[in-house]
Design a protein around this ligand. Sequence first.
Ligand code: HT7
Ligand code: ZN
Length: 845
Amino acid sequence: PQTIFLRDYEAPHHWVRDVALTFRLAPRTTRVISRITFVPNELNRGDLVLNGEELQLIAATVDGAIVNMEVDDTHLRIASADLPQKPFVFEAEVEISPETNTALEGLYMSNGMYCTQCEAEGFRKITYYPDRPDVMGVFTVRVESDLPVLLSNGNPVERGDGFAVWHDPWPKPAYLFALVAGELVNHPGRFTTASGRDVELNIWVRPGDEDKCAFGMEALRKSMKWDEDTYGREYDLDIFNIVAVDDFNMGAMENKGLNIFNSSCVLASKETSTDANFERIEGIIAHEYFHNWTGNRITCRDWFQLCLKEGLTVYRDQMFSGDMRSHAVKRIEEVLALRARQFREDNGPLAHPVRPESFVEINNFYTATVYEKGAEIIGMLRRLIGDEAYRKGCDLYFERHDGEAVTIEDWLKAFEDATGRDLSQFARWYSQAGTPRLKVSESFAEGRLTLTFAQSTPPTPGQPDKAPQVLPIAVGLIGPNGDEVVETRVLEMTEATQSFTFDGLGARPVASILRDFSAPVILEREMDAATRAFLLAHDTDPFQKWEMGRMLAKDTLVALILEDTPPARDYLDAIRAVLTDDSLDPAFRALVLGLPGEDDLAQTLFDAGVTPDPQKIHDARETLRGSLARHLSDALPTVFRQMETGAFVPDADGSGKRALRLSVLSLLTLLDAGKEAKALFSKADNMTEQAGALAALLAAGLGEEELAAFGQMWRHDRLVMDKWFALQVALAAPARAADVARDLSHHPDFTMKNPNRFRAVFGALPGNHAGFHHAGGAAYALLADQIIALDALNPQTAARMTGAFETWRRYDADRQAMIRAALERIRAKTGLSRDVTEMVTRILG
Ligand code: HT7
Ligand code: ZN
């Protein structure tokens, strides 16, 4: 397959002025009639090059006349010599087959409903078009079908018997095109913008799901208000539609005025959704809505600039969620996710810069690095320049580039111009892959504390050498009596090695370094357990406070794994102090009680030069859970009762209490043979507690009956059944995990055609670390079989699943050989997609 390079970017030969599309919908014979006005690009004249895949061309003309054209599997090309050298109209009629489109890209069908997914390059499966984000056009769409609900982008202009016409006045790239047709019902709402525009809001769902839309609607209204208050950005159409679709490759899509959502990311009710689901839905609704400005009004020049819209929009949704809930808790959750997904990626064969320099299949670059590290970069920029300058730079960016398709350079230039700062070194964050290691050493003499930092970034594929990056390091100082003696200060590190001093200190303080996780680095700091416990007790920065508990837990687990050393009493007492401290937010206490995951521990051991043994890691974690349960046995029942919430409200307060209650329950279950968990399972009136109780039982090797009851109770609810599938695999005993997943893949409700269901089983399998890596390699072989089978239907989702193997070089020679064999078997499959081929090749290295 062909590799595309950033350095080869060339402007298109033709711009698009306007596009009129007519869709005559039929499951296997949809006709798409297009009328596109093209304008030659004076600065880069050449042939008309249109993308087109899986299209049956019926007819095409230029200004009404038949002209010579070359058509192959991927393009339609008309030579410049055969084209008018002024604006012209290209008309085409093609036929496509939505019903047989299992890749879920382009126009496809899901439960009898038509829907589209065009990002990144799906529009080319709908009609011939310059399917690249720098070509923006004004779309008018006529949808013809007998289905009752016919939707497209923009505002409705006409509705008649069997048809609807939509017009979107805002020029947009093809990847933001959307169409939906089906038997849907709506949950309506309204929003009046700051300037007085009255906007109709709708969430469209399958009949029966209408009682699960209220939370999403409220999240949408809050997002609209927040973007006005925080960024001065208003909505710009008369209507905003959201549609829930069951078969969807990712979470949601920000099509202009017509967001399409994976139903798991919008439908919510207390009976069927957990607190985590509610939080995620609120965040994703906000994310897609915020794209209206960061992505839609200002879009990307080319797909290498993906982080321009995704990193920024993730950062915006994170800040929104912090404002709606708790910034402290949100930040810890963000760091947990960043380390688990992005650091893991940055540390292995799939490492790539936030702005990659080449790709084979762009769908493989919707990664944690582009999204989450991209968001961290925005956070660092803001930390370095301050809140006011950040807003000034954003305002300038919006004012300067509205309606344009731009680059990271344009983004940074707005901040350089707004602040007068040179951001050329900062820009390395976009081009250098890998997670910087930051070593710190400390000295104290005559009231002066000196912190000396040294940064280095390990080699990553294609990038052997790295230059120093700009690191904002937030530091505060805690005096020996536990009081904060110096409040948070942001040190700006630009050199490979650099020292910073704090003067006028009476006694030697304890430094709290990298507060709020001010830069996405791995901090290497020598620190004894007593100092960690001191900061856990006294740090005023919630992230650092949590981090100290985390490190104590990690050290305890590593000592258990390597030397069988039982947990130190000091550690257990420190955890008890947090658990029983009523002045602390329950959500925070739950986070401190949570132990590092097995994958995290495997990486920690590998970094320390030890080959991880997955079973040993699993056993050590279970041993520590047992020790904690016994040590805290008197406190657990009390906290369990204190955290009862009464009526279910999916807010920060309620979800925090339930999180702590369930963490406690998971330990209690190890002591009471599941008595409390069984009782909670049967009386719970909400999914958080019902699924939490079931998880506690399964983790303790109990809960057979409850599992069966859960499956029976929810057999008609596809989203809850996804939980039923996933829990069994995630919490299976390591020796049984592959068998459980295999058996579930033969369950009558298992289908490969639904990505949510596939992920529930085969996304959960690598999540069961000791199960996935169980000796013998059954899980590796099973996952490889499944990826091969899925690839024939849905290459995009199949390619994502290969990431399970990205850490293969951590393990022993036997495991490496088995994983290599699995990957090579996938790669050898005839007809393998470009998506999976690229991923497997990169992972093998
Ligand atoms: N911008 C979207 C990314 C996306 C996507 C969404 C659904 C299906 C396939 C997709 N390919 C790319 C989602 C977002 O980041 O908001
Ligand atoms: Zn996005």
